[in-house]
Ligand binder design. Structure first.
Ligand code: GAP
Length: 541
């Protein structure tokens, strides 16, 4: 909706278009004016602090184990958050699996044979470089710690060190200026060129200050830290009983590849999709649910022929599909972009990887990775298990191990992107309101039913009747407490797209209800059948 809408003319057009008849308006509260809610743009992004506080207050996301002081890197989804999360997964599954003929689903176990992680390379190589501060006992990811020499007139007078962030360059420059002043050095400060700690030379480790203490001499050299959580399976706790919580859902798909081929009618090209928990012992979980230690992934492995033309075409098609899908659930186009990994940063088996980046409140970061993994995983499993992963190509009369294109997306990261884009503060009639402009597919409740008063049995009964009818189709909220304006605000805050109010006129005169639109706050009167038709067109998208 790009313009403020005139009260009568345009609303009648809306009613005519959606409900097949004209009507009058009943406006609650009566003193109101149509206002334009600002569309999300970079300028209006909420801060992380705002989002975290909002999520807690509204029962969306809580810190895990809060009564015991919380547990770093783990989160719980409250009643509203659980609905939103389920809707994200349902939307993905429906579009990725149900609405396509070439993709089937899978639900593999979280703990799998440890040999899988040997074959996939996770036991030997799934690590992040870690660095410790010996004084503060703080631990950092070396690739998220940035340092630079401070050089004045060719002389290195010290080092600055900052944690990765959108403002780290400015932060490092300010620290360098401060150092120059403190040491009373005259002359020009050379530009600060930040590098991550993995690029530090051995002789620099002792000179780079710890971000915790500000003093040099306490940071260790980086060393590899495997991110997999270990557990033991069976009664004995020894080396032979060690198993892992899966760090990605993808391997569950690869190890079942032959099962799916042999037991279903799939033919190359085809995909296997899975949604499920993944666990990573992240060194520095941060930015709320963006990087946590327990999260959910929605991954799909698309198996294809091995020739170059095919993978390049399929790769591009999946990139486009993924972007379109994000738009279809309400992510604004101007908040996403592509980050193509340069060849030198690709794994040895990868032919190409592009991340779809999102404009989070803390900067542009990876949301969705689309990787061409070649036939590395299936080949590894063939070698380690001794079981063939080949399929027979009828046309060529030849066996081969298929290649794969993998779109891998985090549910929680998608949740955070959706929240960032949907969170909005605006004004209605001079009153500030918070509104979550969620896409109807994602909204936790699709409709709220509000009896205008709760002490008039006939009115409440009618409202209950409508509520029951609506509940058969959509997840609905019932709210009969407090003034109508407050109830609207409550629904706006949790993103309910439509409120349906039953008033005295409904039961005494026309049997019509008032439907209020969350984003525009416009209201219109509809009879029950028109209401069902209107909501169906708006919500079943
Ligand atoms: N199978 C490939 C794979 O797992 P990845 O880039 O490591 O690739 C895929 O993970 C997606 O999972 C990421 O793009 C991100 O959305 C999500 N993800 C990864 N680590 C995460 C974490 N610690 N917390 C939340 N989401 C995470």
């Amino acid at each position: 909706m790009g313009m403020p809408v005139g009260r009568h003319t345009s609303m009648i057009a809306v009613i005519g278009a959606f409900a097949g008849g004209s009507s009058t308006f009943r406006l609650y509260p009566t003193r109101r004016r149509f206002i334009l809610t600002p569309s999300m743009s970079k300028q209006t992004l909420p801060t992380m602090e705002t989002l975290v506080g909002f999520c807690k207050r509204k029962g969306i996301i809580y810190p895990s184990s809060e009564i015991y002081g919380g547990y770093n890197g783990f989160f719980d989804y409250g009643p509203i958050g659980a609905e939103i999360k389920r809707n994200i997964k349902d939307a993905w599954w429906r579009d990725m699996v149900h609405r396509r003929d070439d993709i089937v689903g899978l639900d593999a176990s979280i703990i799998m044979h440890p040999a899988i992680w040997k074959a996939s390379g996770h036991i030997d190589g799934f690590s992040d470089p870690m660095v410790d501060c010996k004084t503060s006992k703080m631990r950092y990811r070396a690739d998220q710690l940035f340092f630079a020499p401070v050089i004045v007139e060719g002389e290195t007078i010290g080092y600055v060190c900052v944690l990765e962030s959108g403002g780290m360059q400015a932060e490092a420059e300010a620290a360098a200026e401060k150092m120059k002043r403190k040491l009373a050095k005259q002359g020009e400060l050379e530009p600060i060129k930040l590098k991550d700690y993995t690029a530090a030379r051995e002789d620099e480790y002792a000179r780079i200050p710890s971000p915790a203490t500000g003093e040099p001499g306490s940071l260790t050299a980086p060393r590899d830290f495997n991110l997999m959580f270990e557990t033991n399976v069976g009664a004995l706790r020894d080396a032979a009983s060690v198993a892992y919580l899966r760090p990605e859902t993808a391997q569950g798909i690869f190890q079942n590849f032959k099962n799916v081929v042999d037991t279903t009618r799939v033919k190359i090209p085809f995909g296997i999709a899975q949604i499920g928990k993944a666990f990573r012992n992240e060194i520095t979980p941060r930015n709320f649910i963006f990087r946590s230690r327990e999260f959910e992934q929605m991954e799909m492995e698309y198996f294809i022929d091995s020739d170059d033309a095919t993978w390049q075409k399929v790769y591009r098609e999946w990139l486009d599909w993924c972007k379109q899908w994000l738009l279809s659930i309400g992510i604004p186009e101007d908040m996403i972009s592509e980050d193509v990994h340069p060849p030198e940063k690709l794994s040895h088996y990868s032919k190409g990887t592009t991340d779809i980046m999102f404009e989070f409140p803390f900067g542009k970061q990876e949301l969705w990775g689309i990787a061409c993994r070649g036939n590395f995983d299936l080949t590894q499993h063939q070698q380690h298990s001794g079981k063939s992963m080949e399929i027979f190509d009828e046309a060529r009369k030849q066996k081969y191990i298929p290649h794969v294109v993998e779109p891998a997306l985090g549910v929680d990261r998608t949740f955070l992107a959706i929240l960032t884009a949907a969170y909005c503060e605006d004004e209605v009639d001079g009153d500030k309101r918070t509104v979550l402009k969620l896409h109807p597919r994602i909204a936790p409740y699709k409709v709220a039913v509000l009896p205008l008063v709760k002490n008039k049995p006939a009115l409440v009964e009618k409202a209950q009747e409508i509520y029951t009818r609506l509940q058969k189709r959509w997840h609905c909220a019932w709210d009969s407490a407090a003034a109508i304006g407050r109830r609207y605000r409550r629904q706006d805050e949790i993103g309910t797209p439509y409120c349906v109010t039953i008033d005295f006129e409904t039961i005494e005169q026309d049997n019509k209800v008032t439907v209020r639109d969350r984003d525009t706050t416009e209201q219109m009167r509809l009879n029950e059948d028109a209401l069902m038709q209107f909501l169906s067109e708006k919500l079943d998208v």
